[in-house]
Design a protein around this ligand. Structure first.
Ligand SMILES: Cc1cc2nc3c(=O)[nH]c(=O)nc-3n(C[C@H](O)[C@H](O)[C@H](O)COP(=O)(O)O)c2cc1C
Length: 353
C-alpha cells in the first residue's frame, strides 16, 4: 500500500527507524531490499555536516539501491540546520527529518533532540528555516513530550503542520521515560486526530502483524520499526510471517549472508570487521550457547573467524532450542554443564560460497 509524504510516494507503510550505530548504509540497503518503504540514516550532526567532517559525510552517504532514503538531522541553530539540510538534499536525500526526540544528556544539554519539545520558539525557527531551504519533503520525529507533566506532542504536531512540515513520526514515550514501560500508542492516535499530514507511529513494533495492529488502533499512515529490526531485518519482508519454520530459517540465513556481503562492500576494512562482529552478535539469540558465541565473536580478529563462530552457533541452535524446550516441558533445569559437549569451542565451519 503506497503512502504519500508530501510529494514523495512511499511504496510500503513499514519504515526503518533512524538508529545511531545501526542504520548505516549496508543495513539500510538490506532492509530496503527486504521491503521497507523508506529507510532513515543515523542521526547526523548538522554542525559537523556543514564543516564537511569526513565521518559525518560518510554516515550521510546514500546510494541509489536504498532509495527513497531519508537523512535525519540533529541541531540547534536554524541556519546551520538549513545549510545541512540543503547539503543532504544535494547529496541525494529524498527526505529530511529533524530529530526532536533524542534523550541523550549530551544532546539535550545543548538544546537539541528532545529538548526542542520544550522550546517551541526555537522549533519554529528551525522548521521555518529548513522548510525554506529544501524542496524535498520535511518531517519531524517527536516524543510524547518531555515528561508526563508536559505531554505536548499534539501542540508540536500542529505547529509543524502550520509551517509546512510534510509528516510527523511519533514515538510516544516521554524523554524521561526513555525506553521503559510500554509506548502509549494512544498519543499517536491523538496526533493523528489533530493534523491532516501523514503520521508515522513508532514504539514497540516487532513484526508486520504488530505494524498492522498499530495502524488499526491509531489510524497512523505508516509505522516505523527500530529495535525490532536489530538482529531481525527479515521482519520487513511481507512473506516472512507466512513461511514455515524451516523456510524462515533458510531465509534468515540468506539475509544474514547478504548483510555481511553488503558490510564488506560498503565499509572500509576495519570498520567492516567491527560492524560484522556487532551485527552477527545481534543475530545470535537465545540460550547459554548464544552468550558464549557472542563472547567468542568479539575475540575474533578476521571476518572468516567471525563467520566460523557464527555458523557454529547457527548449525547448533535448533538442537539447543529443542533441548531447552524438552527440559522446560519436563520441568528440569537446563544445565550447560550437563550438556558439556555443547560447550565445545568453535569448530571450523566455513561458509559455502
Ligand atoms: C540503538 C538505538 C539508536 C537510536 N538512534 C536514534 C537516532 O539516531 N535518531 C532517532 O530519532 N531515534 C533513535 N533511536 C530511537 C528509535 O528510532 C525509535 O524511536 C525507538 O527505538 C522506539 O522504537 P522501537 O520500539 O521500534 O525501537 C534509537 C534507538 C536505538 C535502540
Amino acid at each position: 500500500m503506497t503512502i504519500n509524504i508530501g510529494p514523495l510516494a512511499v511504496a510500503d507503510p513499514v519504515i526503518l527507524a533512524p538508529m545511531s550505530g545501526v542504520t548505516d548504509l549496508p543495513f539500510r540497503r538490506l532492509v530496503k531490499e527486504l521491503g521497507a518503504g523508506l529507510v532513515v540514516s543515523e542521526m547526523i550532526a548538522s554542525e559537523a555536516m556543514i564543516r564537511h567532517n569526513r565521518r559525518t559525510l560518510q554516515m550521510a552517504t546514500n546510494c541509489a539501491d536504498e532509495h527513497p532514503m531519508a537523512v535525519q538531522l540533529a541541531g540547534y541553530d536554524p541556519e546551520v540546520m538549513a545549510a545541512a539540510a540543503r547539503l543532504n538534499q544535494d547529496r541525494g536525500a529524498a527526505l529530511i527529518d529533524i530529530n526532536m526526540g533524542c534523550p541523550a544528556r549530551k544532546i539535550v544539554a545543548k538544546g537539541k533532540g528532545a529538548a526542542l519539545m520544550q522550546d517551541l520558539d526555537r522549533t519554529r525557527a528551525i522548521l521555518e528555516s529548513v522548510r525554506e531551504a529544501i524542496s524535498v519533503p520535511l518531517t519531524i520525529k517527536i516524543r510524547g513530550g518531555w515528561d508526563y507533566e508536559h505531554l505536548n506532542a499534539v501542540e508540536v504536531a500542529e505547529l509543524a503542520e502550520s509551517i509546512g512540515v510534510d509528516g510527523i513520526t511519533v514515538h510516544p514515550r516521554t524523554r524521561s521515560q526513555k525506553f521503559t514501560g510500554k509506548a502509549p500508542w494512544e498519543i499517536i492516535r491523538d496526533v493523528v486526530d489533530a493534523v491532516d499530514i501523514p503520521v508515522t507511529g513508532n514504539g514497540d513494533v516487532t513484526s508486520r502483524a504488530e505494524a498492522r495492529l498499530m495502524i488499526e488502533q491509531t489510524g497512523c499512515a505508516s509505522v516505523m520499526v527500530g529495535r525490532g529490526a536489530m538482529g531481525a531485518p527479515w521482519i520487513f519482508s511481507e512473506g516472512f510471517e507466512y513461511m514455515d519454520r524451516d523456510a524462515q530459517d533458510q531465509y534468515k540465513r540468506g539475509v544474514i549472508e547478504d548483510h555481511v556481503r553488503l558490510m564488506e562492500e560498503h565499509l572500509w576494512e576495519r570498520k567492516a570487521l567491527i560492524q560484522i562482529k556487532k551485527n552477527l552478535a545481534w543475530y545470535i539469540t537465545n540460550g547459554w550457547r548464544a552468550r558464549i558465541r557472542r563472547r567468542e565473536i568479539f575475540e575474533c580478529t578476521t571476518v572468516p573467524q567471525v563467520w566460523d563462530v557464527f555458523l557454529a552457533f547457527w548449525e547448533m541452535r535448533r538442537h539447543d532450542e529443542e533441548i531447552i524446550a524438552a527440559a522446560l516441558a519436563a520441568k528440569r533445569p537446563v544445565s550447560p554443564v550437563a550438556q558439556s559437549p555443547l560447550l565445545q569451542t568453535t569448530t571450523a565451519v566455513h561458509l559455502a560460497s
